[in-house]
Design a protein around this ligand. Structure first.
Ligand code: UD1
Length: 427
């Protein structure tokens, strides 16, 4: 299995391109199931999760065509066509590897009137049930049956009725599923306490371009008027706000200066506010963001929250950065119950972090030292990369497949801005 080797200590400097957003891609791709016409997605990141999602769509009967695949290009263009669906099931083998596969549930039931998906089971960052996905779909007319680890959802008469649902807690994936199902319902739907993440706005914008009727986009109340059919569209995936934030933390911890190329700043205020509070200098240059840090970093108190709050997907990277701040930071994780698995790995590199339940106290240290460390999930892996960039000596990050799920050609992007980083195979 591949590992990433980093010899720390280099200041990052230069221009670093930001890719299309993984989490947007994974909800835009299943929209193609909603129409027999082609849906073309531009700026789709080259990631293992995007490939896996493409394979799942192929298994359901979609054709996928990729263009713009010159090796030097970041991003691709994919045209997905679901002329005729040949299956309506997301099997266990795929769902267990990629939880986002459950996002075919909504569009399949919307288009075909039925869908079967495997229950996802546990995952590295905690027990992540899909009860809210199911309750929301039931509220707009789906009938559910559970058997042998699968849930089968059907729309009586072949079409969902529409209805009203208020989420008890904010869920990104469940909001996406119910919206994708509701756009083809017979009647209207009203979704309250919906997630407001920019990726949901991206999803709604694509659906509207395909002919859906959605109002309240970007707010916590979405009103959807079902239509009889949707048509194809061409759509550009939004920039990855989490990738941008991750590289901003990398620039800051190395005392470097990076121009992040192609970001959407209005989607990442919580991250930029936290960077500024830590003493990082930010300068907006059109669609680019210049991130530079010279003096010592200041400690922060941060609590993760649904958008527009501080993203749980940024917690691990900020924790790595704050390991070198001048003082004690307090981070609280409110979204997932087991999202501190990077803490023992960072401790092996000399970090001083104490976890008390959902809160972590990070006391700044003078320096980190390189060590062999193990990635446990996608964002945790990135926190180890960030720490490795500044640590004395060599850091070896194993289980690199986590990073390949969500960071497009990470070592290439980082070495182009001065990092001493390489991927090595086991052989
Ligand atoms: C999405 C993102 C993930 C991000 C998360 C929170 C994708 C592919 N993944 O994950 O990167 O960290 O949003 O911003 O977009 N919950 C339930 N029942 C459900 C669904 C969720 O209890 O049916 C709970 C979860 O366990 C969690 C919370 O709700 O505690 C929020 O999870 P959710 O917003 O659904 O996360 P995902 O959509 O899985």
């Amino acid at each position: 299995m591949d590992r990433i080797l980093i010899r720390g200590g280099n200041r990052l400097s230069g221009r670093l391109p930001i890719s299309g957003a993984k989490n947007a891609a994974l909800t835009l791709m299943p929209c193609a199931l909603l129409t027999e016409e082609p849906v073309t997605l531009r700026n789709l990141p080259r990631l293992a999760d995007v490939d896996s999602f493409g394979h799942l769509l192929n298994q359901l009967g979609c054709s996928t065509r990729i263009e713009g695949a010159r090796p030097e290009d970041f991003g691709r263009v994919m045209t997905i066509r679901a002329g005729k669906l040949t299956a309506t099931e997301a099997p266990y083998d795929i769902v267990r590897k990629m939880r986002a596969s459950i996002l075919v549930l909504g569009p399949l039931i919307g288009r075909a009137g039925e869908a079967t998906v495997s229950l996802p089971g546990g995952c590295a960052i905690g027990n992540r049930p899909i009860d809210l996905h199911l309750k929301a779909l039931e509220a707009i007319g789906a009938k559910l049956e559970m058997a042998a680890g699968y849930v089968k959802a059907t729309a009586p008469g072949g079409r969902l009725s529409g209805g009203k649902y208020t989420f008890p807690i904010v869920s990104v994936g469940a909001t996406e599923n119910v919206v994708m199902a509701a756009v083809l319902a017979k009647g209207g739907s009203r979704i309250e306490n919906a997630a407001r993440e920019p990726e949901i706005v991206d999803l709604c914008n694509l659906l509207v371009q395909m002919g859906a009727r959605i109002s309240g986009i970007g707010t916590e109340t979405l009103e959807i008027e079902g239509v009889d059919r949707l048509h194809g569209a061409t759509y550009r995936v939004m920039p990855d706000r989490i990738e941008a934030g991750s590289y901003a933390c990398a620039a800051a911890i190395t005392g470097g200066s990076l121009e992040l190329v192609g970001v959407k700043l209005s989607d990442m205020h919580a991250t930029t506010d936290a960077l500024i509070a830590a003493g990082v200098t930010l300068e907006e240059r059109g669609d680019n963001l210049l991130v530079s840090a010279s003096g010592p970093l200041q400690p922060l108190t941060l609590s993760t929250a649904p958008y527009p709050g501080f993203a749980t997907d940024m917690q691990a990277q900020f924790m790595a950065m704050l390991c070198l701040a001048q003082g004690a930071s307090v981070l609280t994780e409110t979204i997932f119950e087991n999202r501190y698995m990077h803490v023992p790995e960072l401790a092996r590199m000399g970090a001083n972090i104490e976890v008390h339940g959902r809160t972590a106290v990070v006391r700044g240290v003078e320096r980190l030292t390189g060590a062999p460390v193990m990635a446990t999930d996608l964002r945790a892996s990135m926190s180890l990369i960030i720490a490795g960039l500044v640590a004395d000596g060599e850091t070896q990050v194993s289980r690199v497949y986590h990073l390949d799920r969500g960071y497009e050609r990470l070592e290439e992007k980082l070495s182009a801005v001065g990092a001493d980083i390489e991927r090595v195979g086991d052989g």
